[in-house]
Write a protein that binds this ligand. Sequence first.
Ligand SMILES: Cc1cc2nc3c(=O)[nH]c(=O)nc-3n(C[C@H](O)[C@H](O)[C@H](O)COP(=O)(O)OP(=O)(O)OC[C@H]3O[C@@H](n4cnc5c(N)ncnc54)[C@H](O)[C@@H]3O)c2cc1C
Length: 405
Amino acid sequence: MARFKKCVKGKSSMEKYDCLIVGAGPSGSTAAKHIAKKGYKVLVVDSRGKPGTPQQCSGLFSRNILDIISLKKNEILCEIKGARIYSPSMKLFEIKTKKTQGYVVDRTIFDARLLDEAKSAGAKIRTKTRFLKYDKNIAYFSGGYNVSAKIIIGADGPNSVVAKNFGFPELEKKISGIIKLYPEKPKEDVVELYLSRKTAPGFFAWKIPRKNDVEFGIGTDKNTKQYFDRFLLAHNVKKKPKATTGGIIPLKWRKETVRRNCLLVGDAAGHTKATTGGGVVLGIRAAKIAADAVCDALQKDDIAILSTYETKWKKEIGRDLKYALLIRNFLNSLNDSEIDKLVSISSQKVVVDFLKEKGDMDYPTKMIFAAIKRPKIWLPYMRLIPAILKNIFYCIQHMDHNKKA
Ligand SMILES: Cc1cc2nc3c(=O)[nH]c(=O)nc-3n(C[C@H](O)[C@H](O)[C@H](O)COP(=O)(O)OP(=O)(O)OC[C@H]3O[C@@H](n4cnc5c(N)ncnc54)[C@H](O)[C@@H]3O)c2cc1C
């Protein structure tokens, strides 16, 4: 059994923690809350003064978020009751329900609340503190601050410095996203998605209602700014935005997420759905699994237990991540006329009714298995067989970590 190193010789005045968490986003705060609740000494650091600010995310969560965390009234900007998907030649797939399908959330308020909960559970929080490196159980930060920590969790987003420090494999597949907010009272509670290689290669563009603003956004695998400018022009958006932000969105999980006494969670681990780019729901789920592994390892003083995190997240969310990536690879392999075909098949009543009942943007596995049992749903898609056959090798090759993505 490999035990944790207990103390740092000759540095008796240095602060000592059971667990250091780098990054106070939803994943870091969730892990911190659960570990601190069990009585362990936890430090959370974030380089920003106010984590969650500026908001670099649309904050669109499916209603599944309520199965893992409550949302406060002041965090909800809009309830989403439908989606409108436009194909390259503007063929329309529309789905509207009476039931709320998702929420647009103010990430600044949401992130601050999660961090407060971590603090109330006993975690120490240090903002404006940039993690630099970790060596022989000592973490070094900006401003000359150092601490000793038995375990370190990298919750520091897709450009994780923790992952680099520990030599984790790179995130193989990622895109860039930009969002712009325009002050305007939204007229509808639906999101609009625009699929086309010419509009947003490698992902899609969108329009989302946000209480008193409308958000335009885009994700692409190249030249994001140029594609976004073109998209805005096509929508006749010429005024100055109230805010512009963005960032990297991982589309594929890292090959490894545990090394020695270090774990990666959330975007740092690549726990993002490749279909929509959403990472908050899965990040929170994985953070809870990581917290359990950390508490178990500390309690039994056995570093090897940390590896159960990777086994467990793969069991709980691995299949959905894989199906989401398979769907993304398939969509990315289609040319614009094949996307047109896909959208017109999907807009048939039988498919729309099925999606109203079983559609789930977080957990495609459930939806795919339900569809397999109903030939009426998948038979129309047989028209896409030539495209599927043409692209099958591309899709499989881009799934496998051992082959070049
Ligand atoms: C344009 C765009 C739109 C998106 N829209 C959605 C959406 O609608 N729904 C959804 O679910 N997801 C969305 N996402 C993804 C979502 O933002 C992430 O999945 C989510 O924020 C991940 O949470 P996290 O806690 O893992 O990391 P983050 O929220 O990225 O938090 C990481 C934290 O680490 C800190 N940090 C980084 N480096 C250091 C360091 N060296 N030292 C100290 N601190 C450090 C950062 O300051 C940050 O606060 C979007 C992303 C983008 C880019």
